[in-house]
Design a protein around this ligand. Structure first.
Ligand SMILES: C[S@@+](CC[C@H](N)C(=O)[O-])C[C@H]1O[C@@H](n2cnc3c(N)ncnc32)[C@H](O)[C@@H]1O
Length: 384
């Protein structure tokens, strides 16, 4: 090789091209180490395609909320924020093709997945078997709103948005004690759940959930992180049941908040002066008082006593109705509630008002069927 050519090929360690080459080699090593430690980040786009492709074989039903979460970073963050311990049983509602399930299985003792769609369950079983975690998964192929959940420690789920309200009520008012529920929800729905008294989004759902649980915002998730892309953005929240819940009959509470938030910007005075509402409460209250009195009487006479009570109270007669309305307004005035708007009231104030009304014999729920129903059924009925 002639000296001229040699000098063109040889790159001195101090020359700029040498630094350039060394930088390339170093970044290659760094990238290699990073990707080796996090194999599923090997290529976001390629990975998203893989996660989505599991669903591409199936026709995905929008009516069943079948939008698969395909962004590995979001999936990993959800699992990390859920703080799952190796001893925990995780309940996953709507596992779909398993994008989240495959990340839950390595960190939990067990995953119980409740999925409505048999086709999804088949894909889920196949993928989990390939990952070798099949012994840690149990699948219930049923409607999550209809099935009794087995015991669990945590909920982690990208749920179908159409069942958000009843599912959350089922969880927080249910019999299963649990530590937390990390849920991916429609963004607007999550904002309402996170709202506080005085916020424009504050509503009955937030009031009822806040009675028994705290809600924490985790992050927003773009609609582009799903396959197929939905019309709305999403948010992740964590719901944690409160260690102590106020002493209140939950069915009575839910029916009371249904009345108060029927028109949430009306004053309580205006709400409780409506003739139709007063009549409804008079009937419910008469029944409830009758039932509690009859509890002390002979069971055989119960029905006739109740009917007599309704008749003797003249339920619906103008005078009785007027007196009952005065009683309600009297309670509102004496407690300073008449001009308040429920959307600006804290739960403590609402609880105080309910207690004052109940003490005066004003009830919001027909307690006659309480013994045959559980909290969830009673609360769900109040949500209809
Ligand atoms: C939003 S997708 C989530 C899929 C998966 N977790 C993911 O993140 O890719 C919701 C899943 O819930 C299922 N599903 C819909 N309604 C359901 C119900 N009532 N009970 C149980 N699963 C339901 C759907 O079939 C679907 O697989």
């Amino acid at each position: 090789m002639n000296s001229h050519l040699k000098s063109r090929l040889y790159i001195s360690p101090s020359s700029p091209p040498f630094h350039f080459l060394r930088a390339i080699v170093q970044s290659f090593h760094l990238c290699h180490r990073y990707y080796a430690a996090k194999p599923h980040y090997d290529n976001d786009r390629r990975f998203r395609r893989k996660e989505a492709s599991e669903g591409e074989l199936l026709h995905l039903h929008k009516s069943k909320g079948q939008h698969l979460l395909t962004n590995p970073r979001i999936l990993d963050t959800i699992v990390r924020k859920s703080a799952i311990k190796p001893t925990d049983t995780v309940l996953e509602i709507g596992p779909g093709t398993g994008n989240l399930t495959l990340r839950l299985l390595p960190v939990a003792r067990k995953v119980v997945a409740v999925e409505l769609d048999r086709r999804m369950v088949e894909v889920l079983h196949k993928r989990v078997a390939e990952s070798g975690f099949q012994d840690s998964l149990s699948v219930i192929c049923q409607d999550a709103l209809k099935v009794d959940f087995p015991p669990f420690d945590l909920v982690v789920a990208n749920i179908p948005y159409g069942i958000s309200s009843p599912l959350i009520i089922k969880l927080v008012y249910g019999e299963n004690p649990f530590q937390s529920a990390t849920l991916l929800l429609q963004k607007e729905f999550a904002r309402r759940l996170l709202a506080n008294p005085g916020d424009s989004e504050f509503n009955r759902l937030a009031v009822n959930v806040k009675l028994v649980a705290d809600v924490e915002f985790v992050m927003d998730v773009s609609k582009r992180d799903f396959h197929p892309c939905p019309k709305v953005d999403s948010s992740v929240v964590i719901i944690r049941p409160k260690p102590e819940v106020p002493q209140v009959n939950l069915a009575e509470w839910c029916s009371f908040t249904k009345t108060c938030f029927g028109k949430k910007n009306k004053t309580l005075g205006a709400t409780f002066k409506q003739k139709k509402k007063v009549l409804e409460l008079l009937e419910l209250s008469t029944r409830t008082v009758s039932v509690s009195r009859n509890d002390e009487d002979d069971e055989n006479d119960e029905e006739s006593d109740c009917d007599e009570e309704m008749e003797s109270s003249g339920c619906g007669s103008g005078r009785t109705l007027g007196l009952f309305k005065e009683k309600i307004i009297g309670v509102l005035r004496s407690g300073g509630f008449e001009d308040k708007r429920p959307a600006k009231m804290k739960n403590e104030e609402l609880l105080e008002l309910l207690s004052l009304l109940n003490q005066s014999g004003v009830f919001f729920h027909n307690h006659a069927n309480d013994e045959s129903s559980n909290n969830v059924a009673l609360a769900a009925a109040a949500f209809d």
